[in-house]
Write a protein that binds this ligand. Structure first.
Ligand code: SF4
Length: 345
């Protein structure tokens, strides 16, 4: 049961594929006391019956270091009940001390980096410029990467650099790379072909040099077949999202819009709690829409984020859902082949 907690709508980077509404509208920072109560309530409801994971995210969560540590300490206090926690950061405000403080509380750190400097800096930039982003981020992290994961976003134009990206991040010290597709990418036929070629290359590289590296991408690591993240009405397979404005939402992709415009998407708040029925209704709508438009029953990673993102932007989600699905099946097939036990068909 994954709870995504958004600490604020502020970030010190301006990545061109970021769809979150950041920095442009009124500042929203999560209320600490209310958030702690919400964490306790979530743990009380699910811990024991389910594995509970809480992801702390932003904007950039390290901007709010004291708030981040307060939530991390509370989650650490619940660790004995099977609760785990991680933080997703751009790494620019990390220091070796901060990395160690999070590790001491058992909080996993995922750094968003997209491969080598050319691919990363093509899309991920610091506000105000100031030089190449990747080099500065790695310098900040100060060699404290042995337990950190990298979130590696693949875009149409950077897909051909996949192998170089893997080499660069392994050299930097990462041991687990989590591949994600840019959600709002409209893949062209040429782009899909190039992605296929890059994934074949990654397969060859992985077999020759991937020893010791872990790969992740939620659904992509499952065997082919119905994906509970997309096909099951079980709420355990759907993230619950707590926005920095203190309201709960069915998916973080709706944060493409400012909080002031998100009333129709809210499924509860910190005072009243979660309206689980309403949340399920919204997911059921998404599931029905997606299933009606995809001819292929198999889903590695559910395109529900693409659905919610397009809806929040006032667009017909069909094209985005199909585009995401096509690219994700290429990625999922490749990773499944890569990770299949030796001798498997
Ligand atoms: S670092 Fe993350 S939150 Fe900040 S602009 Fe980039 S993608 Fe968006």
């Amino acid at each position: 049961m994954n709870l995504l907690v958004f600490l604020s709508n502020r970030c010190n980077m301006t990545c061109d594929y970021c769809f979150l509404d950041l920095n442009g509208h009124a500042s929203a920072v999560l209320d600490e006391k209310a958030a702690l109560r919400a964490l306790d309530a979530h743990v009380a409801k699910f811990a024991g019956a389910r594995r509970v994971h809480v992801t702390l995210i932003g904007g950039e969560p390290f901007i709010h270091w004291d708030l981040l540590m307060s939530l991390a300490r509370r989650l650490h206090a619940h660790a004995g009940r099977g609760v785990s926690a991680s933080v997703v950061t751009n790494g620019t405000l990390a220091t070796p001390e901060r990395m160690r403080a999070l590790a001491a509380l058992g909080v996993g750190v995922t750094v968003s980096l997209d491969g080598d400097a050319a691919a990363n800096d093509a899309h991920r930039a610091l506000i105000g410029g100031g030089g190449p982003a990747l080099g500065r981020i790695l310098e900040k992290l100060g060699g404290e990467l042995s337990g950190a994961d990298a979130n590696f976003t693949v875009c149409e134009d950077t897909a051909p650099a996949l192998v170089r990206g893997f080499e660069a991040l392994r050299k930097a010290g990462f041991r687990k790379l989590k591949l994600h597709l840019k959600i709002q990418e409209r893949w062209t036929p040429g782009g899909l072909a190039a992605l296929g070629v890059a994934l074949d290359g990654l397969g060859r590289w992985w077999r020759a040099a991937g020893k010791g590296l872990e790969l992740g991408n939620l659904g992509s690591l499952r065997p082919a077949g119905p994906n509970p993240h997309c096909d099951s009405p079980d709420p355990a397979y759907q993230d619950l999202v707590l926005g920095a404005d203190g309201r709960f939402y069915p998916c973080y992709s709706v944060f493409a819009e400012p909080f002031s415009a998100l009333g129709e998407w809210a499924v509860g708040d910190l005072d009243g709690g979660v309206d689980w029925k309403r949340r399920e209704r919204l997911h059921e709508e998404a599931r029905a829409f997606i299933h009606a438009r995809l001819s292929r029953a198999r889903h590695y990673r559910c395109p529900r984020e693409a659905y919610f993102l397009a809806r929040a932007a006032g667009e017909d989600p069909a094209g985005l859902v199909r585009s995401f699905h096509e690219a994700d099946n290429l990625l999922g097939d490749a990773l499944s082949r890569l990770l299949a036990p030796a001798g498997a068909p």
